[in-house]
Design a protein around this ligand. Sequence first.
Ligand code: PLP
Length: 421
Amino acid sequence: MVFSITRRSILQQATAAAAVATVANGAIQNIAKAQPSDGEAYWQLVRRQFIFPESAVPMNSANLCPAFQSVAEKVAAVSRIVDYDVSLNNRAQFNDTLSAARAKVAAQIGAEPDEVALVRNTSEANSTITNGLDFRAGDEIVIWDQNHVTNNEAWDIRAKRYGLKVVRVAVPRVPESDDQVVELFAKACNDRTKIVTFTEVSNVSGLRLPAKKLAAMARGRGIHCHVDGAQSWGAQVLDLHDMGCDSFAGSAHKWFMGPKEVGILYVRSGRAPGIWPNIIGYTGEIKVELDLKNALKFETLGQRDDAAIAALGETAELHDQISPERIETRIRELASLLKAGLKEAGATLVTPEDPKMSGGVVIIEVPKDNQKTVADAMYSKFGIAASTSGGLRLCPHVYNTRAHVMRAIQGVTSMRDLIKA
Ligand SMILES: Cc1ncc(COP(=O)(O)O)c(C=O)c1O
């Protein structure tokens, strides 16, 4: 299968997308009615909520997911209403949009609405923590060495400016147990440690850390625990009160399949007073004394995009219709199918095989020099959009069918030589 982009094929794709759109409009009402027992037919219905063509199948959720079609349409519709008439009178219809979306998202992740700030992405949420906590020279920051740059090198910059020490924890590719991981982090902590922070599911290995146990270890010592949930939110059932972390970050444009440039920063009740906001936007009145008591102070980011915020609420509703449990189970099923097939193709998994130690991020080893060639061929010859983070990274989601996963396996099988070289 070779795909080339010509004007004709773009037109054909646009027509196909329009056809998918028509089907999707009818299908959207059926998601809630259909049952998981409907099996692949149910997931075909979910797949039809997305406009991507079969020639460009997304399997790159760790980076960016397509939004549900109705979510993208909501963004377009609200943008149009705003651009048609930007008066405050017209925009007043969106005054409650942000608080409504926040309440829906908070309920879904096991948090109170005033513990959740709707920010712009995980980078911004992580940055609020890296720059907002009070530290003294000599304080120590314990991080996982697999953290994303926004929760990794960002700490080196803060440390350089304020005389802090960053301690990096490495864990085995496949840890023996949760306790081994907790022990490694605990050993890195001492009475100067002020924060323990890690990515729950790594974007560069796919390994899942035991967030609840790590949070208990940190908080038991009076240490702030921050979790980067960029690869968790939208992919798994979340109950942040149960996880017990002090703060948590996520992006709606990843596994949540929502609008672009919306994210969340959760700050556990009672923790916000200890964290300074980085951005002070207009809040209706200029305050010298900021209201510092809850997470909402992290939301004053200047002019917001009503369309994206409105679409966030729409996305949360779709997650409720499908159900976060069903989404998590389906991702696990597809990731397991993918891992088994990749192993059979002779690939070496970077990600642990055990679903309890991983999420939807699946990575195989590929020699550095071949990574781009392999990812490019996956796209151009097999119509699978993958990425090269940590090897070849494939992240199946609910819009993928089992046939998409089989196609990805077929692609890797055909490139055995490049993967092993
Ligand atoms: C673990 C992790 N944290 C943070 C980010 C940054 O996300 P965003 O670009 O949406 O801010 C990413 C992006 O891939 C990520 O994988």
